[in-house]
Design a protein around this ligand. Structure first.
Ligand code: ZN
Ligand code: ZN
Length: 373
């Protein structure tokens, strides 16, 4: 009997969720659901004690009411936006130079990291091995991707170097830094061509950080719902910074503009929002201590601050490193608040395989190789 009532509430919730204008997302944990009778609305909150609603059904019966079901259902719709899968490339299917499938196995190439099967292409008469993305590397994909994972999850270059030594790979910390820069640039070019399905609420904020001993501002644009880190820019000052370039870049990369933009009170945001995001509602958010609305930016702040100690001692403006960190944040790191999904996954981009770095690098390398004469 009880099950039947639950099913009915669930079904009614689904009905509500199908009409998009009946649910209004205030932030990640706060929603407004219009009452079915048309008289007013209910606030649905995600609290430490679970989902809560203001309606009588929830208050008196303590059950998941149709409004809560409606919110949960509308959230799951976003989880189903998966549009793009990036698959690992497990075996060689075509010549890496000309794309021909007319090739044969021919001998082995002896390598420090193990022997590699050599192939001979009958069309372009070239030999190749299958080590996509790592063709000219002395070391194997494992070493490179382990180093990247260690570095971006908070280890110093020197610690990454010591860890690699344990698996028999001896490289300098300079080499590791070069790997990170090389592969960040490669992945970045590839990923810029894939548009994530971000939500309609974005958040712009700035993080004060140290680069080569000088304090600089990192201006970042984030998707409020999925935490996808959309775009960034490093600037010398806060107050005189012109945010328009960042906003244009965000708009170009996402192929849309937000319906709502949340920023702090910085004047340059108002100007940029007016000029670049025409018609977007701009919410100027005053920071309060312990304000849950600011959690996301504070968390990014924490992530970046953890990096600060390892970024110290690096030369120049290490924006490549920051962009690498952005890839790690969006595509590799699983976020608890997203049910252990990555922001990219929440935006419908699924990177497959046990080693996501490797999957990304392989796919990023594929086209690049074909473009060769
Ligand atoms: Zn309710
Ligand atoms: Zn060929």
């Amino acid at each position: 009997m009880a099950t039947q009532i639950t099913t009915t509430r669930q079904e009614r919730g689904q009905q509500i969720a199908k009409h998009q204008n009946q649910i209004k997302r205030i932030d990640e944990n706060t929603y407004e659901v219009l009452s079915q009778s048309g008289h007013g609305k209910y606030e649905v909150l995600n609290t430490s004690m679970g989902w809560m609603c203001q309606c009588l059904d929830h208050i008196y019966r303590g059950v998941k009411c149709k409004h809560i079901h409606a919110v949960l259902f509308s959230k799951s719709l976003r989880a189903e936006v998966a549009v793009r899968r990036i698959e690992p490339i497990e075996s060689v299917t075509e010549c890496i130079y000309c794309g021909s499938t007319n090739f044969i196995k021919k001998g082995l190439r002896k390598n420090k990291a193990g022997n590699l099967q050599k192939f001979y292409c009958r069309d372009c008469h070239k030999y190749f091995t299958f080590n996509l993305g790592f063709e000219r590397m002395k070391h194997n994909p494992q070493a490179v991707t382990i180093a990247m994972q260690l570095y971006f999850s908070g280890e110093s270059l020197r610690n990454a170097m010591k860890s690699l030594k344990l698996i028999g790979v001896e490289v300098s910390y300079r080499t590791i830094l070069n790997w990170i820069k090389k592969y960040t640039r490669l992945m970045e070019k590839y990923l810029e061509k894939i548009t994530p399905k971000v939500s309609d609420t974005w958040r712009a904020d700035e993080i004060y950080m140290k680069i080569k001993g000088n304090m600089k501002y990192l201006f970042a644009m984030m998707d409020d719902e999925t935490r996808f880190w959309i775009a960034q820019e490093v600037a010398q000052t806060k107050m005189k910074h012109d945010a328009r370039a960042l906003f244009f870049r965000a708009k170009r990369l996402m192929n849309k503009q937000p319906k709502t933009l949340i920023t702090d009170g910085l004047p340059s945001y108002s100007l940029a929002c007016e000029q670049v995001f025409e018609g977007t509602k701009h919410i100027r958010h005053i920071r309060l201590q312990g304000d849950k609305n600011n959690n996301k930016m504070e968390r990014l702040n924490g992530e970046i601050r953890d990096r600060e100690k390892t970024m110290r001692g690096l030369k120049k403006r290490r924006t490549t490193i920051l962009r690498g960190y952005q890839i790690y944040h969006n595509y590799i790191r699983e976020h608890e608040a997203l049910n252990n999904r990555t922001p990219a996954e929440a935006c419908g981009i699924i990177v497959q395989g046990d080693n996501k770095w490797k999957t990304l690098i392989q796919n990023a390398s594929k086209k690049k190789v074909y473009r060769k004469p």
